[in-house]
Design a protein around this ligand. Structure first.
Ligand code: ZN
Length: 273
């Protein structure tokens, strides 16, 4: 026998939930509601990623990249010593990125996603056919942000622009990219730090996403090109790629200066389809 009061309450909850999670304009289907986040740390190659719950829902994500040969595990030790990463009460996973689309067509490309649940991070379309993402470049020319953004803009479905001007308005998004000589001990000895917040619908929060490069490291042009490609890829929602012929490979040594076809496919066919 059906308990009518319980049934009515269930319907009411469903209505409230549906009202709280409207489908974004233009999206083929809404994202599922994200599970409750807990603080977590993942070490992958030269990187440490710290995910924390965000007030109002969503997550705060900080990605630190070690200047090799220190490596991600050593970087985490130094971040903890500097009070930048929790020392206890948090699970530390040493593993490659695991969030990947179902089915073939993406090889070893992964996306950035919620922990737990692997719901992908992406930019809102707002009133545009595709999300408009402007990388506002504050760096000196030695950091090839412009060339890297041009590579990512080859992906249909999301429009990536390079600018040195002010952040545009009207529903366009802006990622600030900075560089400075922060010295050998900045952020545990990092060469790059990328910070982003996603809201309760797992979309990037305007005004929060930024990349910082440490001029102290990576004087070689090739390394800086790889780092610029890698971090701008993260700012679009792309995770690591287990193939060295992608700039999203999680360590610098021997990896590409540009995205591979599967990183582009991930953007076109999954994150911004
Ligand atoms: Zn990375």
């Amino acid at each position: 026998m059906i308990d009518r009061r319980a049934l009515t309450a269930s319907i009411a909850i469903l209505v409230v939930a549906a009202g709280a999670l409207p489908a974004p304009a233009g999206a083929t289907e809404p994202k599922p509601p994200p599970p409750t986040a807990a603080t977590s740390i993942v070490v992958d190659g030269a990187e440490v990623t710290i995910r924390e719950p965000r007030a109002g829902g969503g997550e705060k994500i900080t990605i630190y990249t070690a200047a090799e040969p220190t490596g991600g595990r050593n970087l985490l030790n130094r971040l903890q010593a500097q009070g930048l990463a929790p020392k206890s009460g948090v699970s530390v996973l040493v593993e490659p990125d695991t969030c990947a689309p179902e089915g073939a067509g993406y090889d070893q490309a992964h996306f950035l996603g919620t922990n737990p649940g692997c719901i992908y991070y992406s930019w809102r379309e707002n009133s545009f056919a595709d999300p408009q993402v402007y990388f506002r470049d504050h760096t000196p020319a030695e950091w090839p942000v412009r060339a890297s953004v041009a590579e990512w803009n080859k992906a249909r479905g999301v429009d990536s622009y390079w600018t040195t001007g002010a952040c545009p308005t009207g529903g366009r998004h802006c990622v600030n990219v900075y560089a400075g000589n922060y010295g050998p001990n900045w952020e545990g000895g990092a060469v790059a730090k990328t910070y982003m917040e996603v809201d309760y619908q797992v979309y990037f929060v305007d005004g929060t996403v930024q990349i910082k490069f440490n001029n102290y490291y990576f004087t070689a042009g090739q390394s800086r090109r790889n780092a610029a490609c890698h971090e701008t890829g993260h700012a679009l929602g792309v995770g690591h790629n287990d193939r060295k012929w992608s700039c999203m490979y999680p360590t610098q040594a021997g990896s590409s200066q540009i995205p591979n076809i599967y990183d582009i496919a991930l953007l076109e066919n999954y994150l911004y389809s």
